[in-house]
Design a protein around this ligand. Sequence first.
Ligand code: ATP
Length: 328
Amino acid sequence: MKKDEYIGILTSGGDASGMNAAIRAVTRTAIFNGFKVKGIYRGYEGLIAGESRELTTEDVSSIIQRGGTILKTARSEAFTTPEGRREAYDTMRKEKIGALVVIGGDGSLTGARIFAEEYPVTCIGLPGTIDNDLYGTDFTIGYDTALNTIVECVDKIRDTATSHDRIFFVEVMGRDAGFLAQNSAIASGAEAAIIPEDRTDADQLETFIGRGFRKTKNSSIVIVTESPGNKNGGAMHYADRVKREYPGYDVRVSILGHLQRGGAPSANDRILASRLGEAAIQALMEDQHNIMVGIHNNEIVYVPFDQAIKNDKPIDKNLIRVLNELSI
Ligand code: ATP
């Protein structure tokens, strides 16, 4: 990485709280070490269109506490095509951007991997997604904040559930990963979690009902991972089943939706984003290529893109046991 070139930074995919803290950390560490930084707007869309400007230390003042991303984010259809990536490369050369720090989820890092295979560009990825579904890092930026938001919401729903003797199916984000559902269920004292990683969906509901959820309790909360593209999943589906099969129960659904994404990042997310952002520049200075910077056992790790993207991150099965044992 030459010092007369810029380090480009962009956020891509879904926004996650803590992305701003990462932008701040990357910018300040780069400047501290004598590099220049360009912020690229609207993810890969802005990379193609050349929507960028130099970032100073002042530009990233007072953003560590803000949710969302000051660089904005986007999903870019064009970047998934070879022509789009060619344009992105041409723009990078024109703008003197020599390396790219990409903050985003699975899709964004897949894009970075393909781009770096096709062109001589150095890409460093930072895991930024509330789903926590990237292999090789214990936590992703945004996950802790989303988890805390969910727990706060479920605490409120619990008041209603108890007052009315109701069963609530609460749907949370996560795509194909159950980290948010499983851990929010433990943290909120929910009766069950229905997650993609645990057997079949049908089994999990049977298990919950089979445990005799109404023998000792008048209200119940079941946290369900969203099920995009699958009409046989999601909280509505389970609520309909219970209504059909157990007509005596007062069943309600609450889909938490986009309120899970935003808000001020938790202290943990701010610290994680600061550490990972700093490490991204350290990685560039060590001449690392095409890796995601992650955290494992509280230590910074470099994970090749291939590993981070292609492997499914397993959920700790002990968590399933913990929830089952504590929800009797
Ligand atoms: P989140 O987990 O929050 O949804 P994400 O990064 O997984 O974040 P995606 O919408 O999957 O979000 O991906 C973001 C962008 O990354 C896409 O809009 C696209 O521009 C780029 N991208 C994704 N997959 C590819 C691919 N196979 N090739 C090139 N670019 C890709």
